[in-house]
Design a protein around this ligand. Sequence first.
Ligand code: NDP
Ligand code: 2IT
Length: 445
Amino acid sequence: MDLQKFMNNLVAKHPGEKEYLQAVREVLESLEEVLDANPQFEAAGILDRIVEPDRILTFKVPWVDDHGKVQVNLGYRVQFNNAIGPYKGGLRFHPSVNLSILKFLGFEQIFKNSLTTLPMGGGKGGSDFNPKGRSDAEVMRFCQAFMLELWRMIGPETDVPAGDIGVGGREIGFLYGMYKKLAHENTGVLTGKGINWGGSLIRPEATGFGATYFAKEMLATKGQTFAGKTVAVSGFGNVSWGVVTKVTELGGKVVTISGPDGYIYDPNGISGEKIDYMLELRASNMDVVAPYADEFPGSEFHAGKRPWEVKADVAMPCATQNELGVDDAKKLVANGVTCVAEGANMPCTPEAVETFQHAKVLFGPGKAVNAGGVATSGLEMTQNSIKMGWTSEEVDAKLHHIMVSIHNSCVKYGTEKDGYINYVKGANIAGFLKVANSMLDQGIL
Ligand code: NDP
Ligand code: 2IT
C-alpha cells in the first residue's frame, strides 16, 4: 500500500491540522509491514475509515464570569472509533485547544485504549476555556454550561469522558453533577469521579503510577532499576505528580519539574513535603512553578527554559505535546540518558524520537506509557457496573498487571533484529491489530 500517497491525500483533506496529521503519520509509519502482510485491511478500507472520526460535535459554551460579563468558549467532543467498546477519553480545558489537537488525542486514544486489554473505544473532547485565575464559582458555571450541550452525546455505554489537562477532580464533580441533573440517572458516565460518588481509588495517581511501572519494565530489559537513578520530569500537574511520587518510592531521585514559566532544578530530590507542595502549586491556578524555589532552599528556578538540559538517567516528559524537540533530545543523549518514557501525549517531536531511537536509547511512546490512566478509568467503569468498590491494593495490582501486559505487547511486536525494542512500532502494531480485526468482523460502518 502506498502510504505516502495516502498521507498526501489526508494532508490535502485536512490542511493545517498539524497535530492530527503528525499523530497519523507516526502510526502509519509503524504499520507498513502489517498492512503488506494483511491485504484484507486495505480491501476493507480499514485505514481510510480509522483515520476519520465517527463524528465530531462542536458547540458554543456561553457563561457569565464573576464580573457579570458574558463569556463564550468553544466546546468539542470527537467520537473517533468504537469498534472495541464505548468511546472513551478525556476532556481538555486549555486555551490552546482546537480541533486538530483533539483529533490527534482522539486518534491516539483508539490505540492506547486497545493496548489496555479493556473494552474501550477512542474519543476526546474539551474546550479552549482557560482555567488560569478563574474562581471555583466560574469553573463551576463553565462546567455546567459545557455539560448542558455535551450530555446528549454521552452515556455509560456510548461515550465516557474523563479528565485531561485542566480537568481534574473538581471539574469532573461539576460536570457529573450537571449530567446527573439533566439525565435523571446516576450512572458512571464520567470517570475520575470523587471516591464518595462512584470514583475509583488510585485513579488520581494512575497515569503517573502506570507510567512509572512501564518505565520500570523498560529499565528491567537492561537489567536496571530506578534505585539511584536521576530522573528529569516536566510539568507539575496530575501526571507529573504521580510520576514524582512513584519514582521516589522506587528509589529514584526526581530533580526537575516545570511549568509554562520555566523549570525547577532541585539537586536534593523532589520528595516528601515537596511532592505535596506540587499539589498546592497546581491548586493555586496560577500556572507557575517559580514559587517552589523560594519555598525550598537549595533548588533553582530557570526562567523560560525546559528541564532537558539537566543531566539525567531517565527523562519523563509529562506536560503537553511537542514539548521536547530535537535539540533537547540531543542534549539528553549527550548527557547519557538511558530511558525516555512519555507521560504526556506526544510530548516528543518526531525528530526527537528519531534521535533517541538512533542512539538506541529506550524510548516509550505516550500511548503505551500513559495508558494506566485510562486503564484505571476502565476499572472505575467496571466497579460502577458491578456497583462495588475495590481497595487501593486491588486497583493498584490490576493497574500494575495491565502495564506489564502492555510492555509485553510492545516487546512482542516491536523487537528488532538487533534486539533493540522499538516501543513505538510495538505499541502501534499491537494497538492497531485488535481494532482493525474488530472492524473487519463488524462490516463496513
Ligand atoms: P494537568 O492539567 O494536571 O497538568 C498539565 C501540565 O502541563 C501542567 O504543568 C501545565 O501547565 C502543562 N502544560 C499544559 N499545556 C502547556 C503548554 N501549552 N505549554 C507548557 N506547559 C503546558 O494535566 P495532566 O497532568 O492530566 O496532563 C499532562 C499530560 O498527560 C497531557 O499530555 C495529557 O494529555 C496526558 N495524559 C493525562 C492523563 C490523565 O489521566 N490526566 C492520562 C494520560 C495522558 P499549565 O496548565 O500551567 O499550562
Ligand atoms: O489521555 C488520556 O488517556 C487521558 N486523559 C485519560 C482518559 C480517560 O478516559 O481516563
